[in-house]
Write a protein that binds this ligand. Structure first.
Ligand code: EPU
Length: 334
């Protein structure tokens, strides 16, 4: 069951060629609990999904854990909504595709995000005006020390932009085994972000979740590199939230700067800041800033972790120098 010195190349979308001292996968809660009971999950441990938001900076000395809990079950239903409980190991976009095929609304804007269901609840994944916290009703986790199952309500998870309790207070405590999402049966579409409307069919009077999914897939494919072709972990940095004073100061200098209202200030796109520094499309060794979306760092082939880290530091330094803003990585450095 345990694999030793296990290559992680196929388990991280950045394509870092590193190894894990121990690698374990489980198919059910019972199997995970048995592994915990037997003391197989030697610390430090790290639970991964598709490895789509991770930068492995070196070989991992502990245990990498991966869920293969599958399944998608309707657990409650009303006239206008349905609650679906999904296994933590289900590929996120397989879930989204299924919801759209069943004519359910809510997840379509989150189409094609790499990763798995368990990680969606940890990262609070978001795109095109929707965050997964808008859909989550319950998260089920297993305490990696005691093996006990705990249910978290949406409020328990302390969700905010790219944030949850599983990234702070409870970091390294729970494996997420199932997530329950509430989808709508009536069309409620979120079309106000960026260029979604321009990507939708013009000849239809009633748009469906399937139309929106197709538009999102087209937009993502045009902007974001396919990790199967070019190693990357999506947005490398978070969009910083600056104070209103800082925003007003910048706005005077850069009147066309895109911005969004946010809790605690104004959110400024880090991709725009990086592009303004003249860094879009640059390469340093085998690492680069993506040519179509400056928020994404890429592995052009065989990049070593230190090359990505060096580029990340370089980009952060330039943005800090020009704008006085410290952009923080969204990707987890391990
Ligand atoms: N922009 C630039 N230059 C760039 C990139 C962006 O000027 O190189 C500008 C765009 O023109 C636009 C604004 O910045 O005015 C926002 O760009 P975009 O819509 O591409 O979104 P983002 O803020 O760069 C965030 C998420 C993405 C998500 C998109 C769409 C974060 C860290 N990233 O990116 O999420 O797909 O919005 O909702 O919040 C991810 O997390 O991995 C990810 C891809």
């Amino acid at each position: 069951m345990i694999k030793h010195d296990y290559p992680l190349l196929g388990h991280n979308t950045f394509g870092m060629d590193v190894k894990a001292a121990r690698f374990l996968e489980y198919d059910s809660i019972e199997e995970l609990q048995e592994m915990i009971r037997q003391g197989l999950i030697v610390e430090p441990w790290l639970h991964i999904g598709c490895g789509s938001n991770i930068l492995f900076t070196k070989d991992f000395a502990g245990t990498i854990v991966h869920s293969r809990i599958m399944g998608m079950e309707t657990v409650a239903e009303g006239d206008e909504w349905v609650d679906v409980k999904v296994g933590g190991g289900v590929v996120w976009d397989d879930f989204v595709r299924t919801t759209v095929e069943r004519g359910w609304y809510g997840a379509e804007n989150l189409s094609l995000i790499p990763g798995e269901v368990g990680a969606s609840a940890v990262q609070n994944i978001g795109a095109y005006g929707v965050e997964v916290k808008d859909l989550i009703t319950e998260v089920e986790g297993v305490d990696m020390k005691s093996g006990e199952i705990r249910l978290f309500t949406n409020a328990d998870c302390d969700y905010a932009y790219r944030h949850s309790i599983f990234k702070t207070e409870l970091k390294g405590r729970y494996a997420i085994t199932h997530v329950t999402y509430r989808l709508g049966k009536k069309p409620v579409l979120h079309l106000d972000y960026g260029n979604i409307r321009a990507a939708l069919p013009t000849d239809k009077t009633e748009l469906t979740a399937a139309d929106v999914r197709k538009a999102i897939i087209d937009i993502r494919n045009a902007k974001l590199p396919d990790p199967k072709v070019t190693g990357n972990a999506g947005s490398f940095f978070m969009n910083p939230i600056v104070s209103t004073e800082k925003y007003e100061e910048l706005q005077k200098l850069y009147p066309s700067m895109p911005h969004y209202d946010a809790k605690g200030g104004v959110k400024v796109p880090a991709g725009w800041l990086i592009e303004q520094c003249g860094l879009k499309g640059i390469t340093q060794g085998s690492a680069g800033v993506h040519k179509n979306q400056a928020l994404v760092l890429v592995n052009h082939g065989g990049a070593k972790p230190e090359e990505i880290v060096a580029l990340s530091d370089f980009v952060r330094g330039k943005v800090k120098e020009k704008f006085g803003i410290d952009i923080k990585p969204e990707v987890n450095f391990v």
